[in-house]
Design a protein around this ligand. Structure first.
Ligand code: SAM
Ligand code: ZN
Length: 356
C-alpha cells in the first residue's frame, strides 16, 4: 500500500461505518516496507480500536475480517516459489475440486482476460481484453466528473489499469475480496507477474506477464462491495463490471456504489445477469424469477423499474450491449452478451426495497 494513496483516499473503519459512523483509520504499525509503501503492517481505527492488516502491500479493509481470514487462509499463505513441475504435481494430487485447482482456474480465466495482452501465450479462439474494452465503452457512454475513480469487484485489476491509463491524473482504486486475484494484479504491476493458462482438466501452463505501462495512481485494495470503506461522495466515477450477479446482496452493492459517488458522478455497470445460487440467494436476484410480473422476469427491466421508482439514486444516462468472453480452457470459452448502463448519481426519492 502506497502511503500517498492512504493519505489521498482516507479509508474509513468498516466496523464503525457499518454502525453509521465515518471514522478514518491510520497506519499503526509498519513491519515491512519503506518510506513510500507498506508491504506488511496494520491500520487501526482510533475510535473502536479495530485493526486491519496490510499483507503483501494489500490493505484488508473488511467489516467481517475474522470470517474472511478463516475463508481465505489458503490464499494468504500460498507460496510463489514452487517450480512449475511441483505446481503441476500438487494439482494432480489435490484434484479438480480442491482449492489448488479452483484458484488456478480463476487466475487463468480472469488473468487471461485482464492481462493476456502482456503475455506470450496466444489464444486466437478467445482474445484477451474484453473487460478493458467494456470499461472503455462505458466511459465513452458517460465520462466521469472530477475526483478519484473506483473499480468495484476489480478481480486482478486489468480494468483498473485501463481506467488509470485513461485518467493518469486521477487516483484509481480497484477493490475486490479475492486475495489471490488482487495479489496477482499487484505482482503484475510490480513487474513480477506470472499467470497459469488452463489447458484442460488440471493441466495448466505458466506464462510470464510483461511489466505493464506504469500507473502510479493505481491502488488495488481488499474491500467489500457491500460496505465500501470510503466517505460518502468520495468518487467522481465508479464501475461495477460483471459483479452485480456475483455478490450475495446486489441491491446493497449498488446502493453502496451510489453512496460513495459524488452528486452528478458516473456509475458504469456491466452485467450478464447470469444469476446463480452459488453467489446469490434467489430472493436477492434482481429479476430472473417471478416471470408473471410486468417485468417478465427480465433483470434489465427490473433494474430500470427500480430506477424509475426512485429506489436507487441514479438516472439512466445511456444503455447498450457488449460482448464479454472468458477463456475457460484451450478449447473452451464462455461468451456473454452483457447489459451496459451508464448512470448518473442523483437523488434517491423512495425508500429502498429489500427483495425484487
Ligand atoms: C465475475 S467476476 C468479475 C471480475 C472483473 N470485474 C471482470 O469483469 O473481469 C466478479 C468479481 O467480484 C468479486 N466479488 C464478489 N463479491 C464481492 C464482494 N462482496 N466484494 C468485493 N468483490 C466481490 C469477485 O471476487 C470477482 O473478482
Ligand atoms: Zn472503528
Amino acid at each position: 500500500m502506497q502511503l500517498a494513496h492512504l493519505q489521498a483516499l482516507q479509508p474509513l473503519c468498516a466496523i464503525c461505518l457499518g454502525q453509521g459512523a465515518q471514522n478514518r483509520i491510520a497506519l499503526s504499525r509498519r513491519d515491512l516496507g519503506d518510506d513510500e509503501q507498506v508491504l506488511q503492517g496494520l491500520l487501526q481505527c482510533p475510535v473502536c480500536g479495530m485493526e486491519y492488516p496490510i499483507i503483501d502491500g494489500i490493505p484488508i479493509l473488511l467489516p467481517k475480517l475474522r470470517e474472511w481470514v478463516q475463508g481465505s487462509l489458503f490464499h494468504l499463505v500460498k507460496r510463489h516459489d514452487l517450480s512449475h513441475s511441483l505446481d503441476s504435481l500438487l494439482g494432480d494430487c489435490s484434484g479438480p475440486d480442491g482449492a489448488w485447482e479452483s484458484t488456478r482456474a480463476t487466475l487463468s480465466c480472469y488473468g487471461w482476460d485482464h492481462w493476456g495482452e502482456y503475455m506470450d501465450g496466444q489464444d486466437s479462439a478467445c482474445p484477451p481484453g474484453a473487460v478493458r474494452s467494456l470499461s472503455k465503452t462505458l466511459t465513452e457512454m458517460r465520462p466521469c466528473q472530477t475526483g478519484p475513480l473506483i473499480d468495484v469487484g476489480c478481480g486482478p485489476g486489468g480494468s483498473t489499469h485501463s481506467f488509470a491509463l485513461a485518467h493518469p491524473e486521477r487516483l484509481v482504486v480497484g477493490v475486490d475480496m479475492n486475495f489471490s486475484l488482487l495479489q496477482a494484479g499487484h505482482r503484475i504491476l510490480a513487474g513480477q507477474g506470472e499467470l497459469p493458462l488452463r489447458q484442460e482438466g488440471v493441466v495448466h501452463h505458466w506464462h510470464a506477464v510483461r511489466r505493464p505501462e506504469t500507473a502510479p495512481n493505481l491502488a488495488l485494495w481488499c474491500a467489500d462491495a457491500r460496505l465500501l470503506p470510503f466517505a460518502s461522495g468520495s468518487f467522481g466515477g465508479a464501475s461495477s463490471l460483471n459483479v452485480v450477479d456475483s455478490v450475495d446482496n446486489p441491491l446493497q452493492h449498488i446502493q453502496e456504489l451510489a453512496r460513495v459517488l459524488d452528486h452528478g458522478a458516473s456509475a458504469w455497470l456491466s452485467s450478464p445477469f447470469d444469476w446463480s445460487t452459488r453467489a446469490t440467494h434467489v430472493a436477492q436476484w434482481l429479476g430472473a424469477h417471478s416471470q408473471r410480473g410486468d417485468h417478465g422476469g427480465d433483470s434489465r427491466k427490473v433494474f430500470l423499474g427500480m430506477l424509475k421508482r426512485g429506489v436507487l439514486p441514479f438516472q439512466l444516462h445511456a444503455e447498450s450491449q457488449g460482448e464479454w468472453r472468458l477463456r475457460t480452457g484451450a478449447r473452451s470459452h464462455t461468451r456473454y452478451q452483457v447489459w451496459l448502463a451508464a448512470l448518473e448519481k442523483g437523488e434517491q426519492i423512495a425508500v429502498a426495497e429489500t427483495g425484487v
